[in-house]
Design a protein around this ligand. Structure first.
Ligand SMILES: NC(=O)c1ccc[n+]([C@@H]2O[C@H](COP(=O)([O-])OP(=O)(O)OC[C@H]3O[C@@H](n4cnc5c(N)ncnc54)[C@H](O)[C@@H]3O)[C@@H](O)[C@H]2O)c1
Length: 346
């Protein structure tokens, strides 16, 4: 097999603005079908991207299209059902973040994937961004030494997405599960994915439902009851079994400067991703090395090309099932800790 045939489920923003443009230049994937419960949306995407088959559910797509894998781009609360249905049909799965709305659903997905023996990969583009790949390589080569401390932030001053994102039953939560997860994952990946053991966190819901003018937002499909019942910011600390800790903070809306920062500290050197700098010592003096990566890096293209390569050559994906489940466990721990106002053992 030189190319896999993929069926996309969900023809909304992430499918049409990131996945489909990337598939256009992906050499080892052919997009064979697209499905959305909003059939018209799927039809428009199919016309624009020349996709031969259009369906209004994953079930119809599995019955009517010859595909090897599904690419799950639906609302968070539909990830588990779609993944389980696809796994039962023997299809490999690329699943947008977050894996599920909660840990319970992630475990159901894990069971179905393991039973079917298909490949599952969580789609988190940060793992396929050149700076992150470069730092992970440094970690693997031991150039950072023992990584024992990290901190990460994804702070939007005003950036609450609209529609279903703010409805907890559809999204599972606010900025922690939506954007914080990108940065927590980046830090965890660059720390070498140690096993999380404890988490302590707090969340707030204060100013996220703002009327501020002159700001833009990611537009999600409208949720039926148009509610806002998630957090709008959160912060905390995750402890790992090797003694390392990771501090995180994230917001959709906060009265402070907008920023994204990730910092990893090891015994031999430390790294910041923004900007990409290595903090070390040379000849017993402090040194700051600024690394350069290609400007035309496309994490989404890297992500789908890697997934297809894993399917074709039966390789373990860079974001494998067990790490996706552990990430969901951390997210669950964060929300449980915030709700119960105490540290949670994972
Ligand atoms: N990787 C990233 O950087 C990134 C960025 C944004 C969103 N996302 C993720 O992508 C996913 C989709 O987000 P979006 O912004 O595209 O939302 P969206 O509302 O624009 O699109 C989601 C689509 O899924 C469809 N859908 C819902 N349930 C379905 C089902 N059971 N079967 C078929 N279709 C169904 C909806 O009709 C809608 O068209 C979410 O999980 C989100 O977290 C990832």
């Amino acid at each position: 097999m030189e190319k896999i045939r993929i069926g996309i489920v969900g023809a909304g923003n992430i499918a049409t603005s990131a996945h489909l443009p990337a598939y256009q230049s992906c050499k080892n994937v052919e997009v064979s079908a697209i499905a959305d419960i909003n059939f018209n949306r799927a039809k428009l995407a199919a016309q624009k991207y020349n996709i031969p088959l259009v369906f209004s559910s994953v079930e119809e797509m599995l019955a009517g299209a010859e595909i090897d894998a599904v690419d799950i781009c639906v609302w968070n609360n539909a990830h588990s059902d779609v993944a389980i249905t696809a796994a039962k049909a023997g299809k490999h799965i690329l699943c947008e973040k977050p894996m599920a709305i909660d840990f319970e659903h992630a475990l159901l997905m894990e069971e179905a994937v393991n039973k079917a023996g298909v490949i599952f990969m969580l789609a988190v583009p940060g793992r396929f961004a050149a700076p992150n790949m470069m730092v992970r390589e440094l970690f693997e080569k031991g150039e950072l030494g023992e990584v024992y401390y990290a901190k990460t932030a994804y702070i939007r001053r005003r950036g609450t997405p609209s529609g279903w994102f703010t409805d907890k039953k559809t999204s599972g939560g606010g900025p922690i599960i939506d954007i914080g997860v990108h940065r927590i994952d980046a830090a965890w990946y660059l720390m070498g994915n140690p096993k999380p053991v404890r988490v302590s966190a707090a969340t707030s819901s204060k100013i996220g439902n703002y009327n501020t003018k002159g700001v833009s937002r990611w537009v999600g499909t409208e949720c039926p009851d148009n509610c806002f019942n998630t957090e709008d910011s959160g912060a905390g600390v995750i402890h790992f079994d090797n003694g390392a800790i990771l501090f995180f903070e994230t917001s959709w809306a906060i009265n402070g400067p907008e920023h994204s920062d990730t910092q990893i500290c090891g015994t031999k050197a430390g790294v910041t991703l923004d900007p990409l700098t290595i903090y070390g010592e040379r000849n017993e003096y402090l040194s700051n090395d600024i690394l350069t990566v290609a400007k035309n890096d496309n994490p989404f293209l890297n992500e789908i090309t890697h997934f297809a390569d894993c399917v074709i050559n039966n390789k373990k994906p860079r974001y494998p099932l067990e790490q996706a489940v552990l990430m969901q466990k951390m997210i669950q721990g964060i929300y449980d800790s915030a709700r119960l106002r105490k540290e949670i053992e994972l």
